[in-house]
Design a protein around this ligand. Structure first.
Ligand code: G6P
Length: 369
């Protein structure tokens, strides 16, 4: 086992550090900025159905559900196809309306999650086309679907998912870009900018990983709080949910993710000096609104840990701790902003002496319903 960890203390840390490579692997052969091309083979086969789809429904559980939410933002924003994202366990029991014009995409690291598998079986029975975005090659979901794309992240051992999340988001970005190209829903210039920026993501992730010591220091500062609030807007809202889930899973600290603007409808009542608030503020749109959200927190003595683009001054000036990350195009920001979240939860859990790779009560793959 020590050999497999390649010198890292935990599989989770190793998998966090693998991400520059695994993101590159998820893109390999599927993208070329030189040729201005994005193609997912699994999708190309059914391209006609995709471009004519009434609706795309994404079903998933856990971390995969959060990457599904990012997929919704990406596909709607870039390809203008309506998307819904559902917990597989809710979808399958609520008599969903489905027709042949619908495409159901399952996101799953293991390809074995019982609820996700059952949701797909139901969708197939109702005549929808079913597509899988899966890590485990030859898994049940991969075998059931009409078509799909592997994320090629390699085995993920840590129960808290990290590299599978960024792999799924990478493939969803490729899917959205390729559909946008076919449907001409974005300009050629913007398409090219996004493709070029996507190719740069692995090196930017590497840069963020260099902040590890700083993030570890922050983890030491916040580790004794029993609650945490994660805020984000737009593309960073699902990142807030994922940040909160990571902290819960491995450090057993109660955490909630919220759209930043919803804070005033409830969570603000909880804010005092004992509430660390993680704000992901790498968005270029609505940045002023995020600044005022942060001011609200500061005014109530909440402790703000902000993730901002390098050189950003407005939030950096008022936050207790700041993690700077390289900037990118807004639709790609989750691939970067999630990395500090993963590292923070990891270090908090280690500081608290928890079993990082095998947290209590959780399983890597949930094959019960
Ligand atoms: C379990 C794991 C999570 C994972 C979820 C969905 O809860 O602990 O890390 O996100 O299942 O798993 P899947 O394999 O379908 O992505």
């Amino acid at each position: 086992e020590a050999l497999e960890k390649e010198g890292y203390d935990h599989f989770m840390l190793k998998e966090i550090y693998e991400q520059p490579r695994t993101i590159r692997d998820a893109m390999r052969g599927r993208i070329s900025s030189k040729e201005s091309r994005v193609a997912l083979r699994g999708m190309e086969e059914f391209a006609n159905r995709f471009v004519r789809a009434n609706r795309i429904i994404i079903v998933a559980c856990g971390t995969s559900y959060h990457s599904g939410l990012i997929g919704e933002y990406l596909i709607e924003d870039l390809a203008r196809i309506p998307v819904e994202v559902e917990y597989a366990s809710e979808f399958r029991y609520r008599n969903p309306i489905l027709s042949e014009g619908d495409i159901v995409i399952a996101l799953s690291q293991s390809g074995e999650t019982a609820d996700t598998l059952a949701a797909l079986e139901l969708a197939k029975k109702k005549g929808a086309m079913i597509y899988g975005i899966v890590n485990a090659v030859g898994s049940s979901i991969a075998r059931l679907t009409d078509a799909g794309s592997y994320i090629h992240a390699g085995p993920e051992i840590g129960v808290a998912s990290t590299k599978a999340f960024t792999g799924q988001v990478t493939v969803l970005t490729l899917l959205a870009l390729s559909l946008a190209r076919k449907l001409s829903t974005i300009s050629n210039t913007y398409f090219q900018t996004l493709v070029r920026e996507l190719e740069l993501i692995p090196e930017k992730v590497e840069e963020i990983l260099k902040e590890n010591d700083h993030i570890k220091y922050i983890a030491g500062e916040v580790k004794d709080h029993h609650n945490a609030l994660y805020l984000g807007r737009g593309y960073n809202f699902p990142v807030a949910l994922e940040g909160a889930l990571k902290l819960k899973e491995i450090s057993y600290v109660h955490a909630e993710g919220y759209p930043a603007a919803e804070m005033k409808h409830g969570p603000i009542a909880l804010i005092d000096e004992n509430m660390p608030v993680y704000v992901t503020a790498t968005n270029k749109s609505a940045y002023d609104k995020i600044v005022s959200n942060v001011q609200e927190v500061v005014a109530r003595k909440g402790r703000v840990i902000a993730i901002v683009n390098k050189g950003e001054k407005a939030i950096a000036g008022i936050a207790d701790h700041v993690i700077e990350i390289p900037s990118t195009e807004e639709p790609l920001t989750p691939l970067l902003s999630v990395i500090p979240m993963q590292l923070l939860s990891y270090h908090v859990a280690v500081e608290l002496g928890k079993n990082v790779d095998q947290p209590r009560n959780l399983a890597k793959s949930v094959t019960v319903e």
